[in-house]
Design a protein around this ligand. Structure first.
Ligand code: RNT
Ligand code: ZN
Length: 414
């Protein structure tokens, strides 16, 4: 018996079907964010990153062009098991030389190369309007700006992006999740907290009043607690975004870097599942603050995965990653985070979830704790290795060798 066979038997003793788990996992899409590959720079404005988010590090090999970024994404995809999606920001529009178009005028054709890439990779695309790193962001404000010219500009951007999301959904045949996040906020204590939020609400209403294909396009709204330089007030707070999503019938998005440090998204998922048909996540790793470190196989990532699996919500939760680390090989950063998300989902499927819930129901927390701890050292890694093998992805740390070669042959020559 090989290691996987032994693991299969071990799990089977607890009524856990490793084969079914692997098959199930292979159908769960995880959306990989294009912006890890170029430090969130994009192609359209080439402005310094703004919006209260920050990338640190200067590792060699940052992608500077669409073809470089796409090559890096393809490399990363080849090293990640499971079903993937591409997550693209509007700032990654590919505008032909000589053509000038603002963010309020972007069209589906500016994203045709992204569609071609997605088709080649056989994946769907998710999309994001980009309300940052742009000269029309004035005083850190976009959709909540009191300057009507600024606000209207960004409303037009939102509408243009809905059309692009529709194009992606139609052309790929996969649903397109379009996520709205604005950086709007204030460094210091505002005198009026209501008006900016009222303007944000009005702007979103104007954008969403545009008819769009609600079967192919899922609009999500991401909340936040603070940004760098915007510490005192965030227009799109948790309460705003949850309430707006509920009232408007769109999907709330939780980024696990966007809460106070002792709050955890894993505990919020079940509540949102009770009141929303779908929910969306940005899985990230916050180290002391919203630092956007690479996702690791840590307790919170695992707990998030458990909540999705245990609540039977694999089809109701849009899972996307969101982090940006320029201090390590950027392609490796993608691979590490994506493999860890896959691992966390598989690990959650390989727990005696029903049995644990029964113990809880019966008030037997001794068994809940004891079994949870025992399962931490079950031969989970052997199943993950087998999953990688079957998915045609490198097993164990073998993928790292490929990164070394890619770094030597491609990235170091940029
Ligand atoms: C910022 C939000 C947002 C961005 C991306 C680039 O705090 O998390 O999701 O990271 O849109
Ligand atoms: Zn996010």
């Amino acid at each position: 018996m090989n290691a996987y066979e032994r693991a299969r038997v071990e799990y089977a003793k607890w009524g856990i079907d490793t084969e079914a788990a692997m098959e199930r996992l292979a159908r769960v899409p995880v959306s990989m964010h294009c912006w890890q590959g170029d430090d969130v720079v994009g192609f359209d404005a080439r402005e310094a990153l703004s919006g209260g988010i920050q990338v640190s590090g200067n590792y060699l090999g940052r992608a500077h062009t669409p073809s470089e970024l796409m090559a890096d994404i393809e490399k990363a995809f080849s090293l990640i098991p499971g079903k993937k999606k591409l997550n693209v920001h509007a700032s990654y529009a590919i505008i032909p030389e000589g053509e000038t178009v603002g963010r309020d005028g972007i069209l589906p054709r500016h994203f045709e190369p992204w569609l071609e890439l997605a088709k080649r990779l056989g994946v769907g695309i998710d999309f994001n309007p980009t309300f940052f790193s742009h000269p029309m962001v004035k005083d850190n404000l976009t959709l909540s700006s009191p300057d009507e010219e600024v606000r209207a500009y960004w409303v037009r951007h939102g509408k243009a992006c809905l059309k692009i999301a529709e194009y992606f959904a139609t052309e790929t045949g996969a649903p397109c999740v379009i996520n709205f996040w604005i950086p709007d906020g204030y460094k210091d204590i505002p005198a009026d907290r209501l008006s900016p939020r009222a303007r944000f609400k009005k702007s979103l209403d104007e954008i969403l009043d545009t008819p769009y294909d609600k079967t192919g396009v899922y609009v999500t709204l991401e909340s936040k607690v603070f940004g760098i330089g915007l510490e005192s007030y965030t227009v799109g707070s948790a309460e705003f975004c949850l309430s707006y999503s509920a009232q408007r019938g769109i999907t709330p998005l939780m980024d696990n870097g966007h809460y106070h440090p002792t709050e955890v998204v894993s505990d919020k998922i079940s509540s949102l599942l009770l009141f929303n048909e779908k929910i969306a996540l940005h899985v990230t790793r916050a180290v002391r603050w919203d630092s956007d470190h690479v996702v690791i196989f840590d307790d919170e990532t695992r707990e998030i995965a458990k909540e999705i699996v245990r609540n039977g919500a694999l089809e109701r939760v849009f899972i996307a990653l969101d982090y940006f680390d320029a201090s390590i090989n950027r392609v490796a950063a993608w691979v590490i985070g994506m493999r860890n998300m896959e691992k966390a989902l598989l690990a959650a499927m390989l727990l005696p979830n029903e049995r644990l819930a029964e113990y809880q129901q019966a008030g037997d927390f001794t068994h809940v704790l004891a079994l949870t701890e025992e399962f931490k050292t079950f031969p989970f890694g052997d199943v993950f290795d087998e999953y990688c093998r079957r998915q045609g992805a490198p097993v164990g740390a073998d993928w790292l060798r490929e990164i070394e070669i890619y770094e030597a042959e491609v990235l170091s020559k940029r």
